[in-house]
Design a protein around this ligand. Structure first.
Ligand code: ATP
Ligand code: MG
Length: 204
């Protein structure tokens, strides 16, 4: 490439980036609403609960106060449970039961879900909490362990600046509707299917 051609290429690149910057700046200017949002992380791939934990870390960086309700697998100790237990700004409520196929007792699971939901509801009324994480909540709604309309009411009536992160596979239409940001994590590959057991720091 000649020197002239190279200069023309640089100038054209600069022009394109200037146009892009003007567009991005205009979009940033337009986004001027400040409110608590609902983030819903669903899908079959790995990364939903660990993404919620990433947002907890962000919020902790700003000294925000957080409530975490863990549905479904609250009886299993993971690395994040050990970490969260040490955080003075985090309150945590863990459903005292495991997978439905482990407990094989639906009535007990429903009672445990209701107990954790009572605590989650209190978080969703607490103005001092900036962020509420409802981990694996989607299953409670799809298994009908919790009444969907009660869940939607509690979400709708929460303090207006409070953020909520909901995780779990197969989110219902209504949860998708009520959420402001929805991401579906797609399963392309998972080490477990190659017989690699769950790894500390990655899977638990
Ligand atoms: P993570 O907590 O790692 O972000 P997740 O919240 O997206 O995962 P869950 O369905 O809650 O997914 O399952 C949690 C556990 O199951 C983790 O150990 C994770 O690695 C594993 N897991 C997640 N997705 C899959 C999958 N598609 N196949 C096998 N194991 C999975
Ligand atoms: Mg999860």
């Amino acid at each position: 490439m000649s020197e002239d051609q190279s200069k023309a290429k640089d100038a054209s690149y600069k022009k394109r980036m200037q146009r892009k910057k003007a567009h991005v700046d205009a979009r940033i200017e337009e986004a001027n609403i400040d409110k608590g949002i609902i983030v819903l992380l669903t899908g079959n791939g790995k990364g939903k609960s660990s993404s919620a934990l990433g947002m907890i870390c962000r919020a902790l960086g700003y000294d925000m106060k957080i409530g975490v309700a863990k549905f479904l697998k609250g009886d299993q100790d993971t690395g994040e449970d050990i970490f969260l237990a040490k955080q003075p700004n985090v309150q945590i409520s863990r459903m005292k039961t495991g997978f439905t196929w482990d407990t094989q007792d639906k009535a007990y699971d429903i009672a445990m879900a209701a107990e954790t939901w009572t605590e989650a509801q209190a978080y969703l009324k607490d103005k001092s909490l900036d962020l509420v994480v409802l981990d694996e909540l989607t299953y409670m709604v799809s298994y009908k362990y919790l009444d969907e309309s009660a869940v939607l009411d509690a979400l709708n009536n929460r303090p207006k600046d409070q953020h909520v992160v909901i995780t779990g596979r197969a989110a219902s239409e209504n949860l998708i509707k009520i959420a402001d940001t929805v991401s579906e994590v797609k399963d392309i590959k998972h080490a477990f299917r190659a017989n690699i057991k769950a790894q500390k720091g990655i899977d638990l």
